[in-house]
Write a protein that binds this ligand. Structure first.
Ligand SMILES: C[S@@+](CC[C@H](N)C(=O)[O-])C[C@H]1O[C@@H](n2cnc3c(N)ncnc32)[C@H](O)[C@@H]1O
Length: 259
């Protein structure tokens, strides 16, 4: 089975998925709506998490359509009207041919080492003219903009670097967002439309809630990577400080079509 770097931290996964939903569902659904997804469409939502996007799609494709929501861990997914759930490893499990009008994945394929081969299989799973949308971060650019002092800015930088190193060591590809459009082109997709977006994070923004959650999920590995308990406490304090401001990572929403 394809390994997933965050799989063991199940107690915090619900908080992580809620923060993701609040931070990024508006952008993801704005982009999906641009495809014209509507009644009768057949959609595949890969690595569906808690299913917020799958439910949004299911509302759109009825009557007559269906959304297949897959994940390695389907405990937070419930089937319903227009929505079917399947435990499925996108890295290795089979996909139907010529089946879908739309395939979507957010923050999944960066964790799948054979993602290039997966793109080729996703192309085959689409009907001719079908759409793919891949939403991914590029975490290599996410600077702090306002910190109380230079030491706090250095601490935030050290955290970002340690996080990147941990994801890389677990087989993740932190630059996948920026590479995705070219990878889709090379896999034979056409009409490529890569849209980058950056959000401003201040205390209370769901993007920073997500960072606070990751701080807990990665606690042991960050400590093993050289950060101290005191620094982790300082980071939690910094990210809750009303004076703090940072750029989100670049979020790439990349759309393309099967010819
Ligand atoms: C960061 S979460 C994103 C969840 C959801 N897509 C969202 O954006 O809210 C990554 C999800 O991908 C799933 N995942 C990781 N590797 C996978 C694989 N090889 N096949 C299917 N799902 C996978 C995880 O279980 C998790 O639910």
């Amino acid at each position: 089975m394809t390994a997933y770097a965050m799989a063991e931290a199940t107690d915090l996964a619900g908080t992580q998925l809620r923060a993701l939903r609040e931070a990024y569902d508006p952008y993801t659904t704005e982009r999906l709506a641009d495809t014209g997804v509507g009644p009768g469409w057949r959609c595949l939502e890969i690595g569906a998490g808690d299913g917020s996007i799958a439910r949004w799609l299911a509302d759109r494709v009825l009557p007559g359509g269906e959304v297949l929501a897959t994940d390695l861990d389907t405990r937070r997914l419930a089937s319903g009207a227009g929505l079917r759930v399947l435990r499925h490893d996108i890295g290795q499990d089979p996909l139907p041919t010529g089946e879908f009008d739309l395939v979507h994945a957010r923050l999944v394929l960066q964790h799948v080492p054979n993602r290039r081969e997966v793109l080729a299989r996703l192309r085959t799973a689409l009907r001719p003219g079908g759409w793919i949308q891949i939403d991914e971060f590029d975490t290599s650019y996410a600077p702090a903009l306002l910190t109380p002092d230079a030491a706090a800015a250095r601490l935030y930088e050290a955290y970002l670097a340690a996080k990147e190193q941990l994801f890389g060591a677990a087989g993740g590809r932190v630059t996948w967002g920026r590479e995705c459009a070219a990878e889709l082109r090379d896999a034979g997709f056409e009409q490529l439309d890569p849209q980058p977006r950056i959000f401003l994070w201040r205390a209370g923004h769901p993007g920073l809630e997500l960072q606070l959650c990751l701080l807990e999920m990665l606690r042991d590995r960050l400590l093993a990577n050289g950060l101290t308990e005191r620094q982790l406490g300082g980071l939690a304090h910094l990210m809750s400080d009303p004076q703090f401001a940072a750029c989100s990572p670049v979020v790439y929403s990349v759309q393309a079509r099967r010819a």
